[in-house]
Write a protein that binds this ligand. Sequence first.
Ligand code: COA
Length: 264
Amino acid sequence: MTGPGDPWAHAGLPRESVRDDRGDLVLTHTPTTREGRPWADLAWRMPQVDAARCADVLRSTLRGWVLSTEDEALATELIARGARVLRHAHGYSHDLRADPAPSSWSAPEGPAGLRLTGVERTAEELARLLLAAYPPGHPDCFGWTPAEARQEVAGILAGKVLGPLLPCSGLALDGDKVVGVCLVILRDGTPPHGGPWVIEVYRHPAPRYAGAGAALLRRALWLATQAELPALSLVVSDGNPARRVYERLGFRHVGASRTLELPT
Ligand SMILES: CC(C)(COP(=O)(O)OP(=O)(O)OC[C@H]1O[C@@H](n2cnc3c(N)ncnc32)[C@H](O)[C@@H]1OP(=O)(O)O)[C@@H](O)C(=O)NCCC(=O)NCCS
């Protein structure tokens, strides 16, 4: 059920409504789960409903949920009512129909000596590199333990996190060692908020591997263009310098959102 004007009404995603105690529609969202928790994604407030009133309704109807929204006013009111900010993120999308990858990206240049391949390694190896790429203090560090990182990567490889893994995913290898990872999945819905999605891209932090991430993204964009995918999209946390890499590769900013944990 969607409300009139819901920007995600035609994105091919389920929409659920939240109503106040009079039965009036105050908000729509895409219900999903992440790490076992209920998550109201792409939450959209009915324009005639005041942000403070909407926040009051959500405090009782979505108690303990995670909620993501591009609505700054609603986020501010929820934070004033005790919601905790989990993430301030920016959405980016590369439209492959309007801006297909050039053929030079079929064999993208990267740091000397690296070989780019498909994903042919274990979750264990990819998870070890993930922990090195996101040290504590990094804006996209979730503070995972080695076991949690392994579980997350194994889930992505098995297609259990938001959607199946796509063949434009890849690795950068230095000899036998994995030094870069780019994992692309197919999310529900259509771009820029769904569809082909870069769920992870990271490289070994040693300066000699600078450029490995961009090389993997060029490869993914080329393979995605060849596979006639409409776009590659992603989200990146505010303050992560990776944004500049995405912008240089032709990804366009499509919105900012906050992910909040509502009080129980
Ligand atoms: C994102 C990433 C894969 C891009 O890889 P890359 O193409 O090899 O690009 P680099 O890492 O060399 O550089 C990206 C930018 O970040 C900056 N940067 C890299 N490491 C940095 C650090 N530790 N502190 C501050 N800035 C840093 C670089 O100076 C560069 O900025 P510039 O574009 O203005 O020159 C890589 O930076 C990475 O693994 N980051 C950690 C994981 C991450 O944030 N992934 C993206 C999640 S959305």
